[in-house]
Design a protein around this ligand. Structure first.
Ligand SMILES: Cc1cc2nc3c(=O)[nH]c(=O)nc-3n(C[C@H](O)[C@H](O)[C@H](O)COP(=O)(O)OP(=O)(O)OC[C@H]3O[C@@H](n4cnc5c(N)ncnc54)[C@H](O)[C@@H]3O)c2cc1C
Length: 524
């Protein structure tokens, strides 16, 4: 990290040949959380991410920071309490990236009211003393005032409860930068190829810089496998006899203009045709609706909703809307894969609540499952386990109250100013605009993202591709596939100038992103 706030990837790659206490493989929520945790405890820490930070599941969530009302229905009280506790921590540690959000659970049969009301009151109790307001019953009239697009026929009223929403990919970046600020080596587009061993113990990994093809030997006292849906691949590399522990299921979402569900609250559909919950979440001036649950045979980095899933989501949400939506109204679609622990784990494995931790014979710590909301707890468990396994000097976990990168001073966050989601870094974006007025221009009139964000992403957020900028540094791809396609040319040119790339690179980037934008277009 340079004094001027720049983060230079070459410098980070150069550090990889060094010796560390902890090497983390995987730069999603879990791995990045573990990097923050490990470096904050004083361990020398490195993290390699094969693609971009949060490229996989961690940028494709339903955008909820939540206790999980559906777990409550299953009676998993401990899990809900833990997640509610983490919800509160996140709001404190990253107020610029997490919002309190009201959820309307509409009641079309009056007899459902006591059941849901009691459940959501229990949710309040489990949250304890909380920065989130308590659940309330709303009359039919009050419900329609707050959610004017809800189907009015047969509506009795609703229960309104509170949870959080967040920008998942930008939270991942905030974690990466928090770890970097504290001296960790955290780098994207570096893939772990194989483990290194000393005396039968894993002692690091050979990693490949995907940009140059060069290999590096990262020495570490312990390795954490935080590769999400890919953990079985790494487990097999470490121990060819390892039995796979994961099954995978796809969850899809579609995104509409804000007008589809006005009023500022989210909608919770408590039971879809396939017995799941469905959310319509106001997010970045749009509405994200999802999700589905479709078994998938093999994990893949880039997954997309099928036409059937899009039709399913539209049919389900239309049961609750006064003005039905069509596929033609949808602006973007995205999907993620859930790592489902199948229970075939070995005896050394333990299924801690919803997440899975295992220490292999060679000492590799694998962690997967859980949810974004509980990443901090998962990270703490992983680092505790790693420290014990490697005999590192004991150090308490300090992350429960650790402000993440960019976090404004308590009580000073103003959500409505330009670049609010950058927290304290917004001054750097404003300075870029002041230095060159063309940087204040928008990439596309349909979305708020500016040229300054591209330059900032390249200089300070390790953005390396057009997709990095349009999918995760800004969220253009997730909000409006056509607008992101229209932005790609400018992004490619700005990035090429920042990263010193030639015209052939620029054209390749445009071709690759055009394919991605095609997939993200729901009317394809
Ligand atoms: C559809 C859906 C909706 C969800 N919604 C919510 C929600 O609203 N709220 C919530 O709290 N949770 C939600 N979750 C859960 C949450 O998104 C996940 O728990 C979390 O993102 C998992 O993060 P991870 O870091 O474990 O995995 P990932 O994000 O998959 O990260 C693993 C990383 O490892 C990298 N990798 C793989 N192999 C290698 C290698 N050899 N070398 C280096 N790197 C490698 C991958 O490129 C990837 O980036 C949702 C999940 C899904 C699927």
């Amino acid at each position: 990290m340079h004094g001027d706030g720049r983060v230079v990837r070459d410098d980070l790659v150069g550090q990889l040949n060094g010796a560390f206490d902890v090497l983390i493989v995987g730069g999603g929520a879990t791995g990045l959380g573990a990097a923050v945790d490990a470096v904050a405890r004083g361990y020398r820490t490195a993290l390699v991410e094969a693609s971009d930070f949060a490229k996989s599941t961690s940028s494709r969530s339903t955008k909820l920071v939540h206790g999980g009302v559906r777990y409550l229905e299953k009676g998993d009280i401990g899990l809900v309490r833990e997640a509610l506790h983490e919800r509160a921590n996140l709001l404190l540690n990253a107020p610029h990236l997490v919002d309190r959000l009201g959820f309307v659970l509409p009641l079309y049969r009056f007899r459902d009211a006591p059941y849901y009301f009691a459940g959501l009151k229990a949710y309040d109790v489990l949250a304890g003393k909380s920065a989130f307001p308590s659940s309330v019953y709303l009359s039919r009239r009050a419900t329609l005032e707050r959610a004017p697009d809800l189907r009015a026929a047969h509506l009795h009223g609703s229960i309104k409860y509170f949870d959080g929403s967040f920008d998942d990919a930008r939270l991942a970046l905030a974690l990466a930068r928090t770890a970097l600020d504290r001296g960790a080596t955290v780098v994207n587009y570096v893939r772990a190829q194989r483990f290194l061993y000393a005396g039968g113990r894993a002692a690091g990994a050979v990693v490949r810089d995907e940009e140059t093809g060069l290999d590096y030997e990262v020495r570490a006292k312990v390795v954490i496998n935080a590769t999400g849906i890919f953990v079985d691949e790494l487990r097999k590399l470490d121990d060819p006899s390892a039995v796979p522990v994961l099954a995978h299921s796809r969850g899809s979402h579609i995104v509409f203009a804000r007008e589809v569900f006005r009023g500022g609250d989210a909608l919770l559909v408590p039971k879809t045709k396939d017995g799941r919950v469905l959310f319509a979440v106001p997010w970045q001036d749009h509405v994200v609706i999802g999700t589905t649950d479709i078994p998938v045979a093999d994990p893949a980095l880039d997954v997309w909703p099928t036409n059937d899933e899009i039709d399913f989501i539209i049919a389900e949400v239309n049961n609750y809307l006064q003005r039905p939506v069509t596929r033609g109204d949808a602006l973007a679609a995205f999907a993620g894969l859930r790592p489902l622990v199948s229970g075939k784990a070995t005896t050394t494995a333990k299924l801690s609540r919803e997440h899975f931790i295992e220490v292999s014979r060679s000492g590799v710590v694998t962690i997967t499952g859980g949810k974004w909301t509980t990443y901090r707890k998962m990270a703490a468990d992983a680092v505790d386990t790693a420290a014990t396994s490697a005999g590192l000097a004991a150090a308490p976990c300090p992350t429960a109250r650790l402000a993440l990168h960019g976090s404004p001073a308590p009580g000073t966050f103003a959500p409505d100013v330009a670049y609010a989601r950058y927290g304290r870094d917004r001054d750097e974006l404003l300075a870029l605009e002041a230095s060159d007025l063309t940087l204040a221009e928008r990439l596309d009139r349909r979305l708020p993202f500016t040229r300054a964000q591209v330059v900032y992403a390249a200089r300070s957020e390790l953005a390396r591709t057009v997709d990095d900028v349009l999918a995760r540094r800004t969220r253009a791809l997730f909000l409006n596939a056509e607008a992101s396609r229209a932005s790609a040319n400018q992004v490619a040119s700005l990035l090429a100038a920042e990263l010193g790339r030639d015209d052939a690179w620029r054209r390749r980037q445009l071709a690759e992103f055009a394919n991605i934008a095609d997939e993200a277009a729901p009317a394809r």
